[in-house]
Design a protein around this ligand. Structure first.
Ligand code: ZN
Length: 330
């Protein structure tokens, strides 16, 4: 009986893969370098070699249900098409699902990485109890996924759910990578946190801070991880930066709640590891800015469960049956 799924997470530096059971358990994961700089043929070869290796591990081919893949957008999940991939040179209009499916004689799907991660959290992770989930990952960027009735909401062109590029301050001096001013990604992702810490410490030179000590005064070396560690040691500047990040995320999530009224919000990514101080500030701010705080007060804000290998979970979950709680219609 077919009971295994191949999951492949395609990134700019590495390709991670694994085998997942139909119960959502991941095993036998593996990582290879993408070798992206060598162009499409090489990086595609790295992906297919990893798939071949995982299929050998799976045993008989008829034990495998399908091959799920995820990559950063923009892509068209319905056609399995990678439109372009900023960190994969040479990848333009690649019909990835079709190519992989024909090569391995198995069904294949491709999904945006944040959408896939959101789906995995709702099927096997922090939000298994909920049908309608808003997923957020905060790291070097901010990715989101809208899960409705245990399925990814794709919109008309397959590109819905780009919540990181919703602006919360059109007068912001900070321009996002997408070209818009004040996207939440430009204000609250890891690089934005590091920038705010640097600017804050450059403004005055008297407040002591571990961030000054740890970077030897070279403030351009501040990282989000340093801010997290300094805050844990009660560094006032680091704490201030985290509070500010929580405020921005809270204002933005208040809007998302007003718009979607989700059953739960899941927050993942490196920045979410900061935990309680960040989450507390987000919760408080949501209640100040959302339309119905009475309801929003009961919207759980959950820490992501699938931290390591979340991309592989996400990719493989494309072939999981929708959760038992999914309704027949929505
Ligand atoms: Zn943007």
């Amino acid at each position: 009986m077919a009971d295994l799924i191949v999951g492949i997470d395609i990134g700019g530096t590495k390709v991670a893969g694994g085998l997942m059971t139909m119960k959502g358990q991941l095993s036998r994961s593996s990582v290879v370098p993408t070798l992206a700089a060598k162009g499409f043929k090489t990086s595609y070869g790295q992906i297919t070699n990893l798939i071949a290796k995982l299929l050998r591990r799976a045993g008989k081919r008829n034990q495998v249900v399908g091959i799920g893949m995820c990559a950063p957008g923009p892509l068209d999940p319905r056609k399995g098409l990678v439109i372009s991939a900023p960190n994969l040179p040479g990848w333009r209009h690649v019909l990835l699902a079709k190519m992989v499916s024909e090569k391995f004689h198995l069904p294949a799907k491709v999904e945006n990485d944040a959408n896939a991660a959101g789906l995995a959290e709702s099927l096997t992770g922090a939000a298994v109890k909920y049908r309608h989930v808003f997923y957020v990952t905060v790291s070097t960027g901010i990715g989101t996924g809208i899960i409705i009735n245990k399925k990814v909401y794709h919109g008309k062109n397959g590109i819905a759910g780009e919540g990181g590029h919703v602006t919360i301050d059109y007068r912001s001096p900070y321009r996002c990578g997408c070209g818009t001013l004040g996207c939440i990604e430009a204000l609250a992702a890891g690089p934005a946190m590091a920038r705010r810490a640097r600017v804050r410490l450059e403004q005055e030179h008297t407040t002591p801070s571990l961030l000054r000590d740890w970077t030897g005064g070279n403030l351009s070396r501040i990282t989000p991880l340093m801010i997290e560690k300094a805050a844990a040691r009660r560094d006032p500047i680091a704490y201030e930066i985290i509070e500010q990040t929580g405020f921005y995320l809270g204002v933005w999530l208040a809007g998302m709640i007003t718009l979607l009224d989700p059953e739960a919000i899941v927050i993942g990514g490196g920045v979410a590891r900061i935990g309680k101080p960040l989450f507390d500030k987000i919760r408080k701010t949501i209640l100040q800015y959302t339309l119905s705080p009475r309801f929003a007060a009961h919207t759980p804000l959950l820490a992501a469960k699938l931290q390591k290998n979340v991309g592989v979970y996400g990719a493989a979950s494309l072939f999981l049956p929708a959760g038992v709680k999914a309704e027949a219609e929505f």
